[in-house]
Design a protein around this ligand. Structure first.
Ligand code: AP5
Length: 218
């Protein structure tokens, strides 16, 4: 199974990806996580990417396409994988098609998560992320049991650098201008599955699983 989770910042891609990869036993290929890992590691890719991420802009296509090409080639992707945050431009979608064609692979579904702008801003402004395991919380709707401490692994939780109000606005604009057209690209190919992504995490997950027509456990 090869799936892409598509949606604006804060639509719940990372949250739903965690449920899906457990159920399907496939790896999560989150380009945002890969970039943040490169930044932490101080690599040249990370330093270059940070300039774009801090402004809510997209990292150039050639960097992202190279990252995904290398990642898909690894052994753990042999039985499928879940793309989280890629493709984000039509050029990335076309490059992915080329990669899949040359490897005789097929993208099964593109799940598009639909959330209102007001809800997106509310989710991102209160998001807290674990520095160690990446678990996501929210100051109001999903607070940690102990303030500042991850419920899952006990490490510190904090706000993401790009969740500042001005960067959130820029990310939402970037989504509309550069990423939204990817939806049409997949709709035209008959691969787009739109899911109402408001409501509880479990309600959203159940709507996603229903797209698979019972191929997933609920
Ligand atoms: P990335 O890390 O991918 O960020 P994003 O797309 O902006 O998405 P987020 O991680 O902010 O949100 P999400 O949809 O995963 O939501 P989440 O589950 O966390 O990318 C960061 C940057 O990297 C980009 O801006 C860009 O610069 C660069 N980049 C990455 N990929 C790239 C690419 N392919 N090309 C170019 N550049 C690229 O949930 C958010 C919050 O909501 C959490 O607090 C969560 O607890 C809460 N929540 C989740 N579900 C629900 C629910 N159902 N109800 C209530 N709250 C919920």
């Amino acid at each position: 199974m090869i799936i892409a989770l598509f949606g604006p910042p804060g639509s719940g891609k990372g949250t739903q990806a965690k449920f899906l990869i457990k159920n399907l036993n496939i790896p999560q290929l989150s380009t945002g996580d890969m970039l943040r890992e490169s930044i932490r590691g101080g690599t040249s890719t990370g330093l270059e990417a940070k300039k774009f991420m801090d402004q809510g802009k997209l990292v150039p296509d050639e960097v992202m396409i190279g990252l995904i090409r290398d990642r898909i080639a690894l052994q753990d992707c042999k039985n499928g994988f879940l793309l989280d945050g890629f493709p984000r431009t039509v050029a990335q979608a076309q490059a992915l098609d080329d990669m899949f064609d040359s490897a005789s692979l097929k993208l099964d579904h593109v799940i598009s998560l639909l959330v209102s702008r007001k809800e997106l801003v509310g989710r991102l402004s209160g998001r807290l992320v674990c520095s160690k395991c990446g678990a996501s919380f929210h100051e109001i709707s999903k607070p940690t049991k102990l303030a500042g401490i991850c419920d899952v692994c006990g490490a510190d939780v904090s706000k993401r650098a790009d969740d500042r109000a001005e960067v959130v606005e820029a990310r939402l604009e970037t989504f509309t201008a550069s990423t939204k057209p990817v939806e049409e690209y997949y709709r035209a190919k008959g691969k787009l599955r739109e899911v109402d992504a408001q409501g509880s995490e479990m309600q959203v997950y159940q709507r996603i699983t229903s797209v698979f027509g019972g191929a997933l456990k609920g």
